[in-house]
Design a protein around this ligand. Structure first.
Ligand SMILES: *Cc1c(COP(=O)(O)O)cnc(C)c1O
Length: 420
């Protein structure tokens, strides 16, 4: 399988090269040249999750299944649950990994690939996080020999528990609080990749959803969700910020996974819903919301969504549905779900709200639950008056000291820090 740079057709790579480079020339995103269509879907759906995932990823990457299988088995070593919330809606719980968010799937698969492909030269993983990527990446790379991870996050815009989960590890994990929003953090990472000195001297790599390994890993759980619905075709709703998760779902559909529609729910940072409605790509300033991991107004993965739509020959507005949900409705969703006996974090609750409004009679739906509710215990306490018990992963870090440096949102300061 070749991976094409979507902004520069003259730049292509093998999977291994694409994973090691992260971003292509001119900050372009790598994407498979073609999406393989699965044969024998029913037999595939009958397989256990890890084995099916190894087969899917072998198809998508072009690697031998014998190479992929051990990476997948080690990366996806935590449970995945799908829970019926009522008679038409199911919660696909993706947050049972070590950092309690769906990003463990992609980060752990990517870390496994980089270890497998390593030639022993030092690597610096530079990544920006709006809250959950940082923890997933930090845990995936902590104590991996030959790798240093540098993680940027918007100071004061992630929850204290999110911060504790990745800023207290130390060792080969450096965390940097940036006095700016997430879009600035993301722009600083991209700028670092354009800096030849940094790139070469540090062996820069990115673990953001711009890295195609993360994206492809996420395709696998859409197949698992449909497998558990025993042949019923769902409407999927995915809470979306950088649009990596929803892109993975669209790749699954392009591979032949049956689904009725794909719905991307955003918070009021609604660049995509407005774009699908009026055709104007017009990002506004990013606004802080309860679903902070989605406080993004320039979603990185959107060129990949456009590429899929173009290949399918379908206008983008018919290819994907997208709606924005306010903080008020998100709070109402948390309360409404609790009344059904289901505790959801704000991102997942927001997706349920959009899904519930979109389902027609007779349709069934699945919403992606992207974070453990305890990561957003403060929001849930405010919304419902209920204290969420801390799972062991959070109880272990809640009293530890945050080790982050703080710098302004200025690339020259990041450069100094990286070369230090
Ligand atoms: C990252 C994240 C999202 C958004 O996922 P994208 O792939 O960036 O669209 C949603 N919910 C949670 C909890 C997240 O951490």
């Amino acid at each position: 399988m070749r991976f094409l740079n979507l902004s520069d057709p003259s730049d292509s790579a093998s999977f291994e090269q694409a994973v090691r480079r992260g971003l292509g020339r001119g900050q372009g995103l790598y994407f498979p040249e073609t999406i393989p269509v699965v044969t024998e879907l029913d037999a595939l759906l009958d397989l256990p999750f890890a084995e099916r995932s190894a087969l899917l990823l072998a198809e998508l990457t072009g690697l031998d299944v014998a190479v992929i299988r051990p990476i997948v088995t080690a990366a996806f070593d935590f449970p995945l649950e799908q829970v019926a919330v009522d008679d038409r809606v199911n919660a696909l719980e993706l947050f049972h990994g070590p950092s309690l968010a769906f990003k463990d799937f992609g980060a752990r698969f990517m870390a496994g690939c980089l270890s497998a492909f390593s030639d022993g030269s030092p690597t610096t993983i530079l990544t920006a996080t709006s809250g959950d990527t940082g923890a997933a990446v930090a845990h995936a790379f902590h104590n991996k020999p030959g790798v240093e991870a540098v993680i940027l996050y918007p100071k004061g815009r992630i929850t204290p528990l999110q911060e504790k989960l990745f800023c207290t590890l130390g060792g080969n994990i450096r965390t940097v609080a940036i006095e700016a929003d997430f879009d600035t953090c993301q722009a600083m990472v991209k700028q670092a990749f354009d800096d030849e000195t940094l790139r070469v001297q540090l062996g820069l790599n990115s673990a953001n959803s711009i890295n195609v390994a993360r994206l492809l890993a996420q395709v696998c759980y859409y197949f698992e969700s449909v497998a558990r619905l025993q042949g019923r075709e769902p409407v999927f709703c995915v809470p979306s910020g950088n649009f990596g998760n929803v892109t993975a779902g669209l790749v699954a559909r392009a591979m032949g996974l049956p689904m009725k529609r794909m719905l991307a729910a955003t918070n009021v940072n609604d660049t995509v819903p407005r774009y699908l409605a009026d055709g104007q790509w017009a990002p506004r300033d990013t606004v802080a919301t309860l679903s902070n991991a989605m406080d993004i107004s320039r979603p990185n993965n959107f060129p990949r969504v456009e590429a899929l739509a173009q290949r399918a020959g379908v206008p983008i507005a018919e290819f994907l549905d997208s709606v924005a949900v306010s903080d008020t409705d998100t709070t109402d969703a948390i309360v409404a779900l609790k009344a059904k006996g289901y505790l959801a974090d704000p991102h997942s609750a927001l997706a349920w709200w959009a899904l519930d409004a979109s389902l027609a009679d007779g349709e069934i739906g699945v919403f992606a639950c992207t974070a453990h509710p305890a990561k957003f215990a403060e929001v849930i306490l405010d919304a419902t008056g209920e204290d969420v018990p801390l799972p062991p992963e959070l109880a272990a870090v809640k009293d530890k000291t945050v080790l982050s440096a703080t710098i302004p949102g200025d690339f020259s300061r990041l450069r100094e820090l990286l070369l230090d």
